[in-house]
Ligand binder design. Structure first.
Ligand SMILES: [Zn+2]
Length: 536
């Protein structure tokens, strides 16, 4: 039992124990949560947004339940990929990291991810990282050799506990480093600098941190030696999280994290199976009871799906946001259970858009009846602040029951996909009430009040998902005009295809060049012609 905090039956699936466990925090009423952030070497793609949207929602939910949540997302701004890409671009690694961090943050904002408390950068934490490595050497878990420092996996009998791998299955970095390691599974904590690379002085000479150590050092610095939730994509379970866990547990002789939470990855709907990247999923990861309609129909075996990656054309997030709106993308991501694979593509996004239209139409209709914007109707900011009236009218009784159902689904390992179904039921009930009570024509004050209270409940639940925070026309392009643009583009693409069929290449080229001059590019592929606006 936690002091001053109502006991809610929240349960969290823990990758470490492979079961849902009751949620208990280390400190009463406080939650420390860490999410592995991006390596900022290129523009963000939609796959990078899955984790942030999910953990933003987790924070909103826990906050609503009364917890004070500190959420940390790190920025990896020193890495082989950054070094290579910055050389290609002819700019410094730091310039590249700054540009790509700005891109990442602007995309987070567009998707309503605004709950992050701290975004520490690896290059700002070099001192803490060196201290951590020194401690591991002093305790016998790491060794220095020729300017490199490695973690010795054979010294940790529990190594492999998160990913269920034996030490024999481990393969750390190969290449030149392999010959300096005691065993092949050892991984780098500190890497000696090659000529011309960014580097920092250390007890082992000029060098830079290995990838895994920054998260152990930065999470300790902000959240302490043991904290409540560590999140990331399933592809990070091994080696990244296994190594983080080993470093921290060996250094402190106590668990690093209570709950390890991993989100499913994303695959493209127009590809037959695995899309890009490596698949680290093993069968049984996806919760059978939580696969959304989309995932169930298009990804019968989520366990074989890989992650979406830049190499498969998943770039252009800014273009995607301007075409679909941030709210639509967020809603699309939350309709699938966070542990399932989300199936990404124009069609599922359009489906999410038409689902949202149900709510926008209701808000417009109710706004006219109430003479105010639905977005201005206040709602409970805490779960405990909601007060159900003693004898609620039928509409309110139904909404209160749906609210309980919504919260029960969120309590059950943050089942946002199930919770959205209750949100739809709320919209249906409110529309039915307006129809049956003829509210459009002559609303009584009692009925208007019931409608307002019902909408307040709907808004409270939507706020937990981070949607309907402001009118969509203010948040981004209105869906009405986005639909018009989509329709016009389909028409133009059709006319161009007709011209090509008639071998009228002068006309088809004129269409393509004309679109290009206004910042719209079109690509002909196996799946047909697609378009992308570069105006943002
Ligand atoms: Zn990490």
């Amino acid at each position: 039992m936690q002091e001053n905090l109502p006991e809610y039956p929240i349960r969290v699936y823990n990758t470490l124990t492979k079961v849902k466990e009751p949620f208990r925090t280390i400190e009463p009423g406080k939650v420390g949560m860490y999410l592995c952030g991006p390596t900022v070497y290129a523009e963000a793609h939609i796959g990078h947004m899955v984790g942030p949207v999910i953990f933003d929602t987790v924070k909103r939910y826990l906050t609503h339940c009364g917890y004070e949540v500190t959420w940390v997302v790190n920025i990896t701004d020193v890495d082989d990929k950054l070094i290579v890409r910055s050389r290609e671009k002819g700019i410094s690694m730091f310039q590249l990291a700054t540009q790509m961090t700005a891109d990442y943050v602007s995309n987070l904002q567009a998707l309503g991810v605004d709950q992050i408390d701290r975004m520490p950068r690896a290059t700002d934490s070099i001192g803490e990282i060196i201290t951590f490595v020194e401690e591991l050497i002093a305790k016998g878990f790491a060794y220095a050799t020729d300017g490199d420092v490695f973690f010795d996996v054979t010294k940790d009998p529990q190594y492999g506990c998160l990913s269920n791998r034996s030490a024999d299955e481990q393969q750390g970095e190969g290449g030149g480093a392999a010959s300096r390691k005691r065993s092949s599974g050892d991984f780098a904590l500190w890497k000696s600098a090659k000529p011309g690379e960014p580097s920092w002085p250390s007890p082992w000479g000029q060098g830079r941190p290995g990838w895994h150590i920054e998260c152990s050092a930065m999470s300790r610095g902000i959240l302490g030696q043991t904290f409540d939730i560590h999140g990331g994509g399933l592809d990070l379970v091994f080696p990244h999280h296994e190594n983080e866990l080993a470093q921290s547990r060996c250094c402190h002789d106590k668990p690093m994290v209570t709950y390890w939470m991993h989100n499913g990855l994303m695959r493209a709907s127009n590809e037959g199976g695995k899309v890009g990247g490596k698949s680290d999923r093993t069968s049984g990861d996806a919760p059978k009871d939580a696969v959304s309609e989309v995932a169930a129909s298009e990804a019968p075996d989520a366990s074989v799906s890989g992650k979406i990656s830049r190499s498969k054309g998943a770039g252009g997030l800014a273009g995607l946001i301007s075409k679909h709106t941030g709210e639509r993308i967020r809603f699309f991501l939350l309709r699938t259970h966070y542990r399932s694979t989300s199936v990404f593509g124009d069609e599922p996004l359009a489906e999410a858009g038409s689902a949202l239209e149900t709510f926008y139409r209701l808000f417009e209709r109710a706004g006219k009846i109430l003479g105010c914007s639905v977005y201005d109707i206040p709602h409970a900011m805490r779960r405990s602040a909601f007060e159900a009236p003693a004898n609620p009218p039928a509409l309110l009784a139904e909404l209160i029951q749906l609210r309980s159902s919504f919260l029960a689904k969120m309590d059950d390992d943050f089942n946002t996909g199930g919770a959205t179904a209750d949100l739809f039921e709320m919209a249906r009930a409110l529309n039915r009430f307006i129809d049956q009570s003829h509210l459009d024509e002559s609303p009584s004050e009692a009925n208007r009040e019931a409608l307002r209270s019902g909408l307040s409940i709907l808004r409270e639940m939507a706020s937990l998902l981070g949607i309907f925070r402001k009118p969509v026309s203010q948040s981004s392009d209105s869906s009405e005009s986005a639909r018009l643009v989509q329709g016009l583009m389909e028409l133009v693409i059709h006319l161009r295809a007709e011209a090509r069929t008639k071998r009228d290449f002068a006309t088809s080229d004129a269409i393509r060049d004309g679109l290009k001059s206004i910042g719209v590019s079109i690509q002909d592929g196996k799946q047909g012609t697609t378009w992308e606006s570069k105006t943002t």
